[in-house]
Design a protein around this ligand. Structure first.
Ligand code: ADP
Ligand code: MG
Length: 714
């Protein structure tokens, strides 16, 4: 049957045999299509290219533009096409630059297709849609590519991290700081691991105080605190009726601004009000948008947003008045759609820097001031003002007068926010505020970052970087020592012994192994915890100072690693294993490819701890970005000699004693006889040596290691 069937689709949530970021791995059966490479199906390559012309950008094995299309013409298999089509659909949906691989399995017509999985549901949907598209192209059926892309765009918008949060994650990545998304949907993210973690919720951090956030939400309270510290704010008062609003307006002096005390996005805010009727109308709307109404002096000038992070001005954006120009034919309503809302930067999701413009009551008042209504048809060329605020377009960071920057920092400090979006109204931000009777009208917690990341005019500002630098000192990576242990046998004993040594050194240890999940001395989970979810729990526990994670072949092949990089990666040995058929892993070479993942993730400043008795592990040592530290029961294994020649470190048995060597120097640590397993088998001796090697790699001193192995119960 000419079909493409998914036998299994699994999410590898971290570093795997394929790559470092998460991927989907699909086992796909193409059955009869094995005999129908693309050049054997008339018209199929042309139809596919017509459906997805952007496939031309795929370089594929030729490493050049058009490379994939060349493979298609020359003849390639449906799974390879599936890989490229799925990646292209994700790229069209806003997730470009994906990773993909297609590999045969031991069964004819069955392949492994691997694609990037920035978000699981998005990737699964892209794969399923790609299958439909490829089959349609083969059979000459129609396929609605646009509908599919739109479906994926909606998924990306609702499930992927927003652009503001992504900019912080990208900056963290650049600094080698790992992250863990804490909510399936939503922007709550952990940066770093364990005791070194910090948390962000887009532009709020674990340093953003709830009190400060509460103050910022109450404009009247915030203004009281600000003016007490000499920060210029519009004089005004709270009112509780339309009459009171007009009375207040007269006391303050016209024009005034009427707004809710706790609104947002400019909803219910009316500025430059000159007449009783306008003030009372504005009151009647503002009262519905919040839990109180403010009447204050309407500040002349343009709105600006100053972003203050950790007391420093990081970016500034100026808003712009929005207007339409009459053409003598269309109503204002229609002109707003064609001249304003047609701007691709306007939309309803996080990725849109500007909101769609609604014909709300503020706009109606604005129009009525010009003697117009939404259904009016302004004559050709007539400019009609639609909105005065909430349209941040221009980056003016370099133009901000230092005095204004200082006032903004003071305002953030007064409210108590580590990250604050300061709304300033002033004619010219490059001149001192006070002289122009400008003022701060609002201090925002968790401010939007997009206007600074993607201004319409001017330089994008690295605000994500500024937030990361605020959370982590220079050089800090938010990393606790993570130790990953892999290999065919002995893993659990190695991690339990190592945990004992580290606890002895006073560290709060998190341990995920097949004997359970341990936080400190406490076993919080008795069942087998040598898998992704338990390891993640360790990394998400703020008390954990060192994370020890057992991850065997099945964990690597079935889930991927739970951490992006580790300080120490141990591979105990590579032994024949016939329990991995489900992953189509049958031989030692495939096991080598599996276990090398543990070495691939060792940090440059880390250590790979490898068994020198296994030639494959000696070969694998070449993959280590970090130092290699060998362990071996037999002191005379050739690889040890060669390694020591180069000044390398090793741990081995000499005359029945555990011996540490660095280059040609060596010292006895302890006689095996003094350890709890004097009659230890070769295997047991190896696991003991591996644990000693890892402890040494983590910087534990001889005395502590000696004391630890003498008292260990493992
Ligand atoms: N007193 C005022 N004078 C002039 N413009 C104002 C005044 N108060 C608010 N605005 C304008 O309205 C916008 C929205 O008001 P703001 O107080 O920031 O409420 P929101 O919480 O809805 O953002 C401001 O960015 C500014 O442009
Ligand atoms: Mg505001």
């Amino acid at each position: 049957m000419k079909d493409i069937q998914f036998l299994e689709v699994r999410l590898l949530r971290g570093p795997s045999i394929w790559t470092y970021p998460p991927v989907l791995e699909a086992r796909v059966d193409i059955d009869e299509l094995e005999d129908f490479p693309s050049d054997k199906i008339p018209g199929y390559p042309e139809r596919l290219e017509k459906m997805l012309p952007t496939l031309i950008e795929h370089r594929c094995s030729y490493g050049e533009r058009g490379g994939f299309l060349r493979r298609l013409d020359e003849g390639t298999w449906p799974c390879h096409v599936l890989e490229h089509v799925a990646l292209e659909l994700m790229s069209l949906a806003g997730l470009p630059g994906g990773f993909g691989k297609t590999r045969e399995t031991s069964k004819r017509g069955v392949y492994k297709v691997v694609i990037s999985a920035w978000q699981e549901d998005v990737a699964r949907t892209a794969l399923e849609e790609a299958r439909e598209l490829v089959l349609a192209a083969m059979e000459g059926r129609a396929f609605d590519v646009d509908a599919t892309v739109e479906k994926l765009v909606d998924l990306v918008d609702s499930l992927c991290l927003g652009p503001s949060t992504s900019s912080i994650i990208d900056a963290a990545n650049d600094r080698g700081i790992p992250h863990i998304r804490l909510l399936e949907t939503g922007n709550l993210v952990q940066l770093g691991y364990g005791a070194k973690m910090r948390r962000i919720w887009t532009a709020e951090t674990d340093a953003t105080s709830a009190i400060a956030e509460g103050i910022s939400r109450d404009k009247d309270l915030a203004k009281t605190l600000l003016s007490a510290c000499g920060v210029p704010v519009p004089e005004g008062s709270l009112v509780s009726s339309a009459e009171e609003a007009w009375k207040a307006a007269q006391d303050i002096g016209l024009p005034v601004c009427v707004k809710p005390i706790d609104g947002n996005h400019g909803r219910g805010v009316f500025i430059d009000l000159h007449a009783r009727e306008e003030v009372e109308k504005a009151y009647s709307i503002a009262v519905k948008e919040g839990s109180g109404v403010l009447v204050e002096r309407s500040i002349p000038g343009t709105e600006h947003r100053l972003l203050v992070i950790d007391g420093k001005l990081v970016a500034a954006s100026r808003g712009d008045m929005v207007s339409v120009t009459g053409d003598g034919e269309r109503t204002i309503d229609e002109l707003i759609e064609t001249q304003i809302n047609s701007d691709p930067r306007r939309g309803t999701t996080e990725k849109h820097p500007l909101n769609r413009l609604r014909l709300d009551s503020a706009t109606r008042i604005e129009l009525s001031r010009q003697g117009l209504a939404p259904d009016s048809i302004p004559e050709t060329g007539r400019k009609v003002l639609i909105q005065r605020n909430a349209n941040h377009e221009f980056d003016v960071t370099d133009e901000v007068d230092p005095e204004n920057a200082a006032i903004a920092s003071l305002a953030a400090r007064v409210v108590g926010l580590d990250i604050a979006g300061i709304d300033v109204v002033v004619e010219d931000i490059s001149k001192p505020l006070v002289a122009q009777r400008g003022a701060i009208v609002e201090v925002n917690a968790g401010p939007g970052l997009l206007m600074h990341l993607k201004p319409r005019v001017g330089k994008p500002r690295p605000v994500g970087r500024a937030i990361v630098d605020h959370l982590f000192h220079a050089g800090e990576k938010g990393r606790i020592p993570v130790v990953g242990v892999s290999g065919s046998s002995g893993k659990t004993r190695v991690v339990r012994l190592l945990a004992h040594l580290l606890r002895l050194s006073g560290k709060h240890v998190g341990l995920a192994c097949s004997d359970g999940l341990f936080l400190g001395e406490r076993r919080v989970e008795a069942s087998d915890s040598a898998h992704w979810a338990s390891a993640r729990r360790i990394l998400m526990a703020p008390s954990v100072e060192v994370a020890l994670i057992e991850n065997g072949a099945a964990a690597i092949l079935g889930e991927g690693l739970a951490y992006d990089r580790c300080q120490v990666g141990i591979v105990t040995n590579i032994l024949p294993d016939d329990s991995l058929g489900a992953f189509d892993v049958h031989d030692l070479d495939q096991l080598y490819t599996t276990f090398r993942t543990q070495v691939d993730v060792v940090l440059a400043e880390g250590v790979s701890v490898l068994n020198a008795a296994d030639p494959r592990l000696v070969e694998m040592s070449a993959l280590s970005d970090g130092e290699v530290l060998y362990f071996c029961a037999d002191a005379d294994v050739p690889a040890l000699g060669a390694h020591r020649e180069k000044g390398g470190r090793c741990v081995f048995l000499r005359d029945g004693a555990i011996t540490l060597a660095e280059g040609l120097d060596e010292r006895e640590l302890a006689p095996l006889a003094e350890t709890p397993t004097p009659e230890a088998s070769e295997n047991d001796a190896e696991t003991l040596l591996a644990a000693v090697a890892a402890a040494w790699a983590l910087g534990l001193d001889d005395d502590l290691i000696r004391a630890g192995i003498a008292t260990s119960e493992d």
